[in-house]
Design a protein around this ligand. Structure first.
Ligand SMILES: Cc1cc2nc3c(=O)[nH]c(=O)nc-3n(C[C@H](O)[C@H](O)[C@H](O)COP(=O)(O)OP(=O)(O)OC[C@H]3O[C@@H](n4cnc5c(N)ncnc54)[C@H](O)[C@@H]3O)c2cc1C
Ligand code: FES
Length: 500
């Protein structure tokens, strides 16, 4: 079994050089996932001089860890969206999701992108008696939002189900082969792409300046921060919350599962589909979400998923396993548009498990805002909106976590007293000269020590056993065992330390 995503193992994205000198552009796009690359292409097609800067490799963020369902069946139920944003809001969510599926389809065709984009039905189903009524209500709300949904007595699955909502004409594709096509098309339209170019600060103004970690700057009229977790240090962070979600790709004959997308009503829910890559077909199953930085023993999450797949499909050993980050918005919809307190900096975040479509919607909205066009969805998703009623409960629950972790985690004793308490493959905190360090011993016995203080706003990181990373429970930043940033909002690595 490989500890990497199926998409990474089977795509060959071209490499782009780091930015080495100061440059100017009309728009800087920060982040080379689906949101940033789609925006880069759309902006370049609209005649803008665009530079994209990516901290690592294109696709190395959440897009490379997605399950890539393109769907109108968004995570926040239509009944909830209708309650919080009105029937008009629910209709706009339905319309923008449909437009995103069609936008991807159009780009695939226009640029000849070989990513196996395929139309498929989707089924929201339940096997829990207490959720049957919820599926019925979701049918009614989705229909009022204008979707062509249909209520069925059961889902087309090889195990009993108690009701299903059929969303026709959804889609799926190879996520990273799609990004590869977007990158090539954007470059052909004149955009410049740079990898290994991490942004550390952005100065807003009539002309913005974007500062890279290794020195160069980019000056531009507009900046689009498409980094999934935005680099905005505080305000937007209070409106989104990071969760880890786990995925397995298990070899499965095509006949064992219908060519469709599925979501159940468990909490956390399972999402799955079959997909064939280079002739080998897989069950791709995701779920077991939990708040980032709150668990050390994460490997059992994969085991639980594998047992679920075995029981229902007779699936054997997984071929690939991976995990990635979901940003949940407090009021249920993504935040897309001008960043608060900025004139020329735009953001897009809070996509839940729908960022393949919402990232595409975001690219369309930001392109329209930058080029001065009206966009029918811009107000609904505005990044500066405040929905007190919709977000109050989530906002309060999630935001007590920051002060709680900040203070109480410091009172906890360190997990190891001395280096010999840390075995190969283990990560523990340890006090050295009064300072709490995050220490990991690799399989060869070498100890890797870094500061345990998160470089975002100072909470203490926690070891993630399955992924061998240091995760922050406050806003979801993640760091490698040598301190390098894996997930934002942090932009700076954990300081390296020396332990004798
Ligand atoms: C397990 C899982 C399954 C999912 N399945 C689905 C699904 O089936 N359908 C769906 O619609 N959505 C799904 N999602 C959500 C979706 O995959 C994401 O919301 C989407 O891929 C986000 O794309 P993005 O481009 O905004 O972010 P990313 O893909 O994370 O791209 C952001 C990029 O910014 C770069 N970056 C970060 N900081 C900096 C910096 N300081 N300087 C420069 N670059 C920086 C990162 O390296 C990264 O490459 C899933 C999410 C998870 C975790
Ligand atoms: S992510 Fe905000 S303090 Fe760590």
């Amino acid at each position: 079994m490989k500890n990497e995503s199926l998409w990474f193992a089977t795509a060959q994205l071209p490499a782009f050089p780091p930015l080495t000198a100061d440059v100017e552009a009309d728009v800087v796009v920060v982040g080379g996932g689906i949101t940033g690359l789609t925006a880069t292409l759309l902006l370049a097609r609209a005649g803008q001089r665009v530079i994209l800067v990516e901290a690592r490799r294109l696709g190395s963020g959440v897009t490379g860890g997605s399950t890539v369902h393109l769907t109108e069946a968004v995570d926040t139920r239509y009944q909830q969206i209708e309650k919080d944003f009105g029937k008009e809001g629910a209709t706009l969510v339905a319309q923008s999701s449909r437009a995103a599926i069609e936008q991807v389809s159009a780009l695939v065709q226009a640029h000849g992108i070989a990513c196996d984009f395929t139309r498929r039905p989707g089924f929201l189903y339940t096997d829990r008696p207490q959720d049957v009524g919820e599926v019925d209500k979701e049918h009614a709300a989705a229909a009022r939002a204008g979707l062509a949904v249909e209520l069925l007595e059961r889902a087309p699955l090889p195990f009993p189900t108690l009701g299903a909502l059929h969303f026709p004409d959804q889609a799926q594709m190879h996520g990273l082969r799609y990004l590869e096509g977007l990158a090539q098309a954007a470059q052909a339209q004149g955009a410049r792409l740079h990898e290994e170019s991490r942004v550390v600060t952005i100065d807003d103004g009539d002309r913005c300046t974007v500062h890279l970690e290794h020195g160069p700057t980019v000056r531009a009229k507009k900046v689009f921060v498409a980094t999934h977790a935005p680099l905005n240090r505080v305000f937007l962070q209070t409106k989104i919350h990071a969760y880890r979600s786990y995925v397995l790709a298990l070899p499965l004959p095509r006949s064992a599962l219908a060519d469709a997308l599925f979501w159940d009503t468990a909490d956390p829910y399972h999402y799955f589909s079959s997909f064939a890559v280079d002739g080998a077909s897989y069950l791709i199953l995701g779920g077991e979400d939990h708040k980032t930085g709150t668990e050390t023993d994460t490997a059992p999450r994969y085991e639980t998923l594998a047992a679920w797949a075995k029981e229902r499909f007779g699936a054997g050993e997984p071929a690939f396993r991976w995990s990635a980050q979901v940003e949940e918005p407090v009021d249920g919809l993504p935040y897309i548009g001008r960043n608060s307190v900025s004139d020329n900096v735009y953001v897009a975040t809070g996509f839940s498990g729908n960022g393949i479509t919402f990232g595409t919607v975001a690219a369309r909205i930001i392109t329209d805002l930058v080029t001065g066009k009206n966009n029918p969805w811009a107000d609904l998703y505005s990044a500066t909106r405040i929905k007190p009623l919709a977000s109050a409960a989530e906002f309060t629950t999630e935001n007590v976590d920051f002060p709680m972790h900040f203070f109480s985690d410091r009172l906890r004793p360190a997990e190891a007293k001395e280096p010999k308490d840390i075995g190969p493959g283990e990560g523990k905190t340890m006090r050295v000269n009064g300072e709490r360090l995050a220490c990991y011993r690799d399989p060869q016995g070498l100890l890797h020590a870094v500061s345990s203080v998160c470089t975002h706003l100072g909470c203490l990181v926690k070891f993630n056993g399955a992924e061998k990373s240091w995760d922050c429970p406050c806003h979801g930043s993640r760091f490698g065992v040598d301190g390098e940033v894996l997930d934002g909002p942090a932009t700076r690595p954990l300081a390296k330390k020396h332990v004798r």
